[in-house]
Design a protein around this ligand. Structure first.
Ligand code: ASP
Length: 168
């Protein structure tokens, strides 16, 4: 089914990806592309090109990146935060969840649903230097692609909130 952009009511377009990898030497690389948000204001700068927002790589620790509402990452330095949380010992998945919690706590009232939760989605993905990986989304239903050197597959994102049609 075609998604519709909430503000413009036009078909939504998307295509941003974050891709991170650890090679056999333990060296880490990462990139985040961007399609930008559908119907964005001309001149808007998204989070993808801002190091620490939509992408962050520290070869001593790991890498993180994101897709979704970029302003939330720019405001919270989300990718940097995920890597710093992994530095303190959090797993990639737990680091992504904790960063999403921070984003939810900082969300301004106009962007919350009637239950006070962020009315937008955002996904964070992370990889650690030892090859552990994880992904988490604000709302349930997210997936991310993994190749562990043996096979490629889709994994489910952990999430903060369960998507239920009647509560949004
Ligand atoms: N994060 C991108 C942005 O805000 C959008 C996306 O992920 O599709 O520009």
């Amino acid at each position: 089914t075609q998604k519709v952009d909430a503000a413009s009511r036009q078909p939504a377009t998307w295509g941003t990806i974050n891709c991170t990898a650890v090679d056999s030497n333990g060296d880490i690389a990462g990139v985040t592309t961007t399609s930008g948000l559908s119907y964005k204001i001309p001149g808007r700068v998204g989070d993808s090109p801002i190091i620490g927002a939509g992408l962050y790589v520290d070869n001593a620790v790991g890498a993180a990146g994101s897709t979704g509402r970029g302003e939330a990452n720019t405001q919270n330095c989300s990718s940097f935060l995920v890597v710093e949380l992994m530095r303190t010992g959090k797993s990639p998945t737990d680091a992504c969840l904790e960063a999403l919690k921070r984003i939810a706590d900082h969300t301004e009232p106009r962007l919350r649903d009637k239950n006070g939760r962020p009315a937008f989605d955002l996904k964070l993905y992370a990889i650690a230097k030892d090859g552990r990986f994880g992904g988490a989304s604000m709302w349930s239903g997210g997936k991310f692609a993994v190749h562990d050197g043996q096979s490629a597959r889709l994994e489910s994102c952990a999430y903060l909130y369960e998507k239920k049609r009647d509560t949004r």
